[in-house]
Write a protein that binds this ligand. Structure first.
Ligand code: RIB
Ligand code: CA
Length: 313
């Protein structure tokens, strides 16, 4: 089967980092064309640095990392140090990377990659605010029909929000960008809190991660041991939700998840509900069915895949 050619658009972020490692650990199924950093969990200068650190943890300094947008399209940047720490990747003490950041802007890389590859062969995997993707679509509308699919982490409905009562962080940070992406016409597969909150780094799963040999196992355990504390305290759960790796796990084993083709729209104006994803599960609006909205995950199957793959690095 042909390998999935992907661009990971990311704001590392411990869960972003695990998504990157899972992709890197699956070269038979996934070809990572590049990693594009965006401001989100931390400012851009930290998310691009963290992305390079993770490439080196994986022993892959040849992965091309690009810096993108350092703030949302219109709003001020909100970061999440309370979740991810001041570095954006608290937990492990990682050395400064020796690999260089690419000179090209991430948005130009996204546009050039979609234009230079055969139409319908490149998958975008945004797991942070959608600023880079939206900027590319506005600057080069011709790329929209060339995108194979956009597989993103973002949004919420039944779970409520994690950044406001109704809005999930990636959408809340840049709702205008999310609105542009949701309306671009490319096939979208969406992993909202409704499904990622089923994938928790429980004590039992953390023991399995801890047993993964080598630097990747150690670093992943340290990242997740730091990362879980915020959500455990907030939700009273056994473990924190592994949001972003769900995107990569779906590419590898789609049967781990179940969803429904729906219309998903983004609130961009109301001060009360800005960033809310309105999911029309029963087609009441007649709006286009623009997203496969994921609602159910096989958590044990997910961790079986994650542990098996990370042990390969
Ligand atoms: O709401 C969870 C999302 O926001 C994840 O992508 C996490 O990394 C943060 O970016
Ligand atoms: Ca993220």
């Amino acid at each position: 089967m042909a390998r999935e050619k992907i661009i990971i658009d990311t704001d590392p972020g411990q869960d972003d980092a695990v998504a990157m490692l899972l992709a890197f650990a699956s070269p038979e199924e996934i070809e990572v064309l590049g990693v594009t950093a965006v401001a989100g969990n931390a400012p851009l200068h930290l998310t691009e640095l963290n992305a390079r650190k993770i490439c080196e943890v994986a022993g892959m300094p040849d992965i091309k990392v690009y810096a993108g947008c350092d703030r949302p399209l219109f709003l001020d940047l909100h970061t999440a140090p309370e979740v991810h720490g001041e570095t954006g990747l608290d937990g492990p003490d990682l050395p400064m990377p020796t690999m260089k950041l690419q000179e090209q802007h991430a948005v130009d890389f996204i546009i050039d990659t979609l234009r230079s590859h055969e139409a319908g062969t490149v998958t975008l995997c945004p797991v942070g605010p959608l600023t880079n993707i939206a900027t590319a679509l506005v600057r080069a509308p011709d790329i929209a029909p060339r995108i194979k699919q956009i597989v993103l982490m973002g949004g919420a409905q039944t779970e409520g929000g994690n950044s406001s009562p109704v809005a999930e962080f990636n959408i809340f940070v840049d709702p205008h960008a999310a609105d542009i992406v949701m309306r671009c016409g490319a096939p979208i597969v969406m992993f909202p809190l409704d499904v990622t909150h089923q994938v928790l780094t429980s004590q039992r799963q953390m023991e399995r991660v801890k047993a993964i040999p080598g630097a990747v196992g150690r670093v992943t355990y340290q990242m997740l041991d730091f990362y879980r504390r915020y959500d455990e305290a907030k939700y009273g759960t056994d473990g924190g939700p592994l949001h972003d790796p769900c995107v990569i796990a779906w590419l590898l084993k789609p049967d781990l998840f179940q969803g429904k083709l729906c219309n998903v729209a983004v609130e961009t104006a109301s001060p009360l509900t800005i960033g809310q994803t309105v999911v029309d599960k029963f087609a009441k609006t007649g709006r286009p069915l623009n997203a496969l909205y994921m609602m159910k995950a096989d958590s044990d199957g997910f961790f079986d895949l994650l542990v098996e793959r990370l042990a390969r690095l």
